[in-house]
Design a protein around this ligand. Structure first.
Ligand code: HEC
Length: 138
């Protein structure tokens, strides 16, 4: 397995598609209203160490090139991307969104953010639990 290389290819492909097609998405990114209430089937497992460790690995393989090693939006590919930049997973904005909204956005993508529908749903929800674990407790 060469996870870093794989995610670099994904990052490069997303960049190429975004730039070449010229349809760079701008402005606030909103999930549709009905996505907001989608329940996280792994909500009861927010503190599950094994699940979080697996999701962390997934994030390192698929997301860290853009979102950075600790999810702050400062991955190596982030500098080269035009705005909107990769989101800071630890930001108040993300904390204010529901799991359902994040699930919809991770599944559908926008601009340089690739769609992740090919990941099993359970993995997408696990990634959301992981993102939540990085957010400051308030
Ligand atoms: C090629 C770079 C890239 C990769 C790889 C990537 N993202 Fe993103 N991500 C972005 C960008 C750019 C945005 C901001 C998109 C926008 O606002 O239009 C974003 C936004 C997000 C958001 C915030 C949505 C919001 O507004 O609330 C989440 C959550 C997210 N990404 C999760 C992930 C996850 C999980 C992965 C890995 C499975 C991943 N991303 C991989 C570039 C990337």
């Amino acid at each position: 397995m060469r996870p870093f290389r794989k995610s670099s290819i994904v990052a490069a492909a997303a960049l190429a598609i975004g730039v070449v097609s010229g349809v760079w998405a701008q402005g606030e990114w909103k999930a549709p209203a009905d996505a907001k209430n989608t329940k996280n089937p792994l909500a009861a497992k927010k503190g599950d160490a094994k699940l979080l460790a697996d999701a962390k690995k997934l994030a390192e393989q698929n997301c860290a090139t853009c979102h950075g090693p600790s999810g702050k939006g400062d991955g190596p590919a982030a500098a080269a991307l035009p705005p909107p930049k990769p989101a800071d997973w630890t930001s108040k904005k993300l904390a204010s969104e529901t799991d359902g909204e994040l699930f919809w956005k991770i599944s559908n993508g926008r601009g340089a953010m690739p769609p992740w529908k090919h990941l099993p749903e359970e993995q997408r929800w696990a990634l959301i639990n992981y993102i939540r674990s990085l957010q400051p407790k308030s």
